[in-house]
Design a protein around this ligand. Structure first.
Ligand code: NDP
Length: 281
């Protein structure tokens, strides 16, 4: 499995997204657990979840799936609601997440998106959780450049390890300033929804994608995922509830593009040439 340096450690090129898992019937749950375990058994060493996902159902399913795995072999990310971003509520949310996940620490704990609580209070709360040994590090999600700069300016704000934003071939705004800023500040980037989320509603598939996928003898989804990974500077976290799709996503990690293929895709999905508002799902 190809790897990247992420959160200052060697990490598989893709992680496992888990939004909307654990919410269905027993058959679906079984398939979701098998897919997750297949990913871990075949080189993926990061899982992304949140207290929001199914109001804890995603974390509960993950807890059941990973309970017999060596916890030191993979990173676990969870996120708290912005209205739980006070010192007191961060601790309460975190302890509930750890219980559902059947683990005693998270590798990364993220503010899911910005809310009303001053960032300084949230950072204090997160730093306390690091000191208590309940999280190894912390980060943020859905932050734009101004948010990142503000965070960086407050006490201990530069301890932020990662930012997780939307990134796929039709949502490229982070390429203009967020990704370069994060690289400059050694802050890792996670790109979410590589396929445009469930049902692909946040991604417009243009003919060039279908034609190129056919020429390369890969699926549209493999092309979309490989494209996100093309520069080896983004960790992508596709979600799937089937082993078949997990296999397909693992295969995509090794797909490469020629410069002319990338140029052709740029014609239909142009690179951003100015700062635009960060898109959020
Ligand atoms: P994705 O872009 O990962 O798309 C998921 C959809 O793609 C599902 O319908 C899945 O179906 C399908 N799919 C997956 N693999 C394949 C395949 N190989 N072939 C065909 N279809 C496939 O959507 P998400 O929005 O879930 O994003 C990924 C993860 O990012 C989330 O699960 C979550 O962990 C994170 N996220 C974070 C956000 C944030 O605010 N920080 C916001 C949104 C997402 P199936 O299950 O049937 O395989």
């Amino acid at each position: 499995m190809k790897s990247i340096t992420f959160n200052q450690q060697k990490t598989s090129a893709i992680g496992i997204g888990t939004w909307h898992i654990g919410e269905g019937d027993a058959n679906k749950t079984e398939s979701e657990i098998k897919a997750l375990q297949y990913g871990l058994d075949n080189g993926i060493n990061l899982i992304d979840t949140a207290e929001m996902y199914g109001e804890g159902l995603s974390e509960t399913l993950i807890g059941n799936a990973i309970k017999d795995y060596d916890r030191s072999k993979f990173q676990l990310i969870s996120k708290f609601y912005p209205y739980h971003a006070t010192e007191k509520l961060i601790e309460k949310s975190l302890k509930a997440s750890l219980k559902r996940l059947q683990t005693d620490y998270l590798d990364l704990y993220l503010l899911h998106w910005r809310g009303q609580t001053p960032l300084a209070e949230t950072v204090n709360g997160l730093e306390k959780m690091v000191k208590a040994g309940l999280i190894k590090n912390w980060g943020v999600s859905n932050f734009d450049l101004n948010d990142l700069k503000e965070l960086d300016s407050i006490s201990h704000g530069s301890n932020c390890r990662i930012n997780e934003d939307l990134y796929n071939i039709s949502s490229r705004s982070i390429e203009y300033s967020i990704l370069p800023w994060q690289k400059e500040h050694q802050m890792s980037f996670v790109g979410y929804s590589p396929f445009g989320s469930d049902g692909g509603q946040y991604l417009k598939i243009k003919p060039v994608i279908k034609e190129m996928a056919q020429q390369k003898h890969i699926t549209v989804h493999q092309l979309l995922l490989a494209w996100v990974l093309r520069n080896h500077d983004v960790l992508s976290i596709p979600k799937t509830s089937s082993v078949e799709h997990m296999k397909s996503n693992l295969f995509a990690v090794d797909v490469e593009f020629s410069q002319s293929e990338l140029d052709l895709l740029d014609e239909s999905y142009p690179k951003p040439n100015e700062n635009s508002q960060l898109e959020i799902i």
